[in-house]
Design a protein around this ligand. Structure first.
Ligand SMILES: NC(=O)c1ccc[n+]([C@@H]2O[C@H](COP(=O)([O-])OP(=O)(O)OC[C@H]3O[C@@H](n4cnc5c(N)ncnc54)[C@H](O)[C@@H]3O)[C@@H](O)[C@H]2O)c1
Length: 325
């Protein structure tokens, strides 16, 4: 079915968001700020959200200076009260809510045996619970209004592959993609699409990763990034990720739901849903010994790698890649 907001404003089509209203959580800086600015540049009015009041206000000022419309809600995502306040701000300031981008996030990286309860809970509360409560509030509003809508959730390569030191983050991000796939089923009849963006970009968050410090400094100096960084590491600026959010929020993506897109630098990709890559049967059920034999015989050849594997930052590209379209 065609899910979405197409046709609600005469003359608005494609990726034009004129008359639309979007909430972007964690949009004071980094990727969220880029999403908010790009959505506003495409015509949407934007509710900016952050825990940092100064960056939230600066984001509103930047959007307004560019000729856009924005208001700020300074509150942590996670609690239901914040979710309700975000939807209320959209409705009270701009009359409706068409698109929610659940971007707010924190890192508290520790290996499992050093991970504290508080660090685990903060990451899960922000990413997973924050996505759940804000999406629920948005879905209630969108279903009542009956004109469809867009939920754009934010995953991470860590959630897709696992990543050393990221117990809570990988768990939350994997859960977010699972929620996107679940909600795409539940909200299809209401014309609400739900997709996940799996971004990579140079931000304050990535600048904390030692291997990327040099790249982040080069980016801050305005230097062009090497092709291996922009293509294989899929790393550029937040502005390289924002067009995917605009497209997903628009009428052009009305039929796209339940998908997880990777984007960063010059790379755009689509992630698979988990599939059974090796299957075998044992009449009457399995014994432990039979499972051991099946592992050696039918399954081990399909053994899955854990972790994100990337070439060294100074590696040449194996072969010149053709520019995409
Ligand atoms: N940068 C990357 O390469 C990358 C990769 C994968 C996923 N992500 C995800 O993209 C999102 C944005 O990342 P970023 O790199 O721009 O990070 P960032 O740290 O630069 O920005 C995150 C923003 O969220 C805000 N925030 C933190 N907790 C909040 C809360 N409870 N409520 C509201 N706002 C809150 C912060 O104040 C900050 O402004 C995150 O969900 C992150 O996990 C980023």
């Amino acid at each position: 079915m065609s899910a979405g907001v197409s046709g609600a404003s005469a003359g608005v089509s494609g990726t034009d968001l004129t008359g639309r209203v979007a909430v972007v959580t964690g949009s004071g800086r980094g990727l969220g700020l880029a999403y908010a600015r790009a959505l506003a540049a495409a015509g949407a009015s934007v509710v900016v959200n952050d825990v940092d009041a100064a960056t939230a206000q600066a984001a509103v000022d930047a959007i307004t200076a560019d000729g856009g419309a924005a208001v700020a809600v300074v509150a942590p995502v996670g609690p239901t009260e914040t979710a309700d306040a975000l939807v209320a701000a959209a409705v009270e300031s701009f009359g409706r809510l068409d698109a929610l981008v659940t971007n707010a996030g924190v890192l508290r990286d520790r290996v499992l045996w050093k991970m504290t309860d508080d660090d685990f809970d903060l990451v899960v509360a922000t990413h997973l619970r924050g996505t759940f409560t804000t999406a629920r509030a948005a879905a209630v509003h969108m279903r009542e209004r009956g004109e469809g809508g867009r939920l754009v959730l934010v995953g991470s390569p860590a959630g897709q592959h696992g990543n050393f030191g990221q117990t809570s983050y990988a768990a939350a991000k994997a859960g977010i993609v699972a929620m996107a796939r679940t909600w795409s089923l539940e909200l299809a009849r209401a014309g609400i699409t739900v997709n996940a963006v799996v971004p990579t970009a140079i931000t304050a968050m990535t600048a904390t990763i030692p291997v990327y410090q040099g790249v982040a400094e080069a980016y801050d100096r305005g230097e062009p990034l090497p092709p291996v960084v922009r293509r294989e590491h899929a790393l550029g600026g937040p502005e390289d990720v924002a067009p995917l959010v605009v497209w997903l929020a628009s009428a052009a993506a009305a039929d796209v739901t339940g998908q997880a897109f990777g984007i960063g630098g010059d790379k755009l990709s689509l992630y698979t849903y988990s599939e059974e890559v090796g299957v075998t049967y044992h009449d009457g059920g399995w014994t432990a010994d039979a499972i051991g034999q099946a592992w050696e015989g039918a399954l081990a050849a399909h053994r899955q790698a854990s972790g994100i594997t990337l070439p060294p930052l100074d590696a040449p590209l194996d072969a010149p890649l053709e520019p995409a379209g």
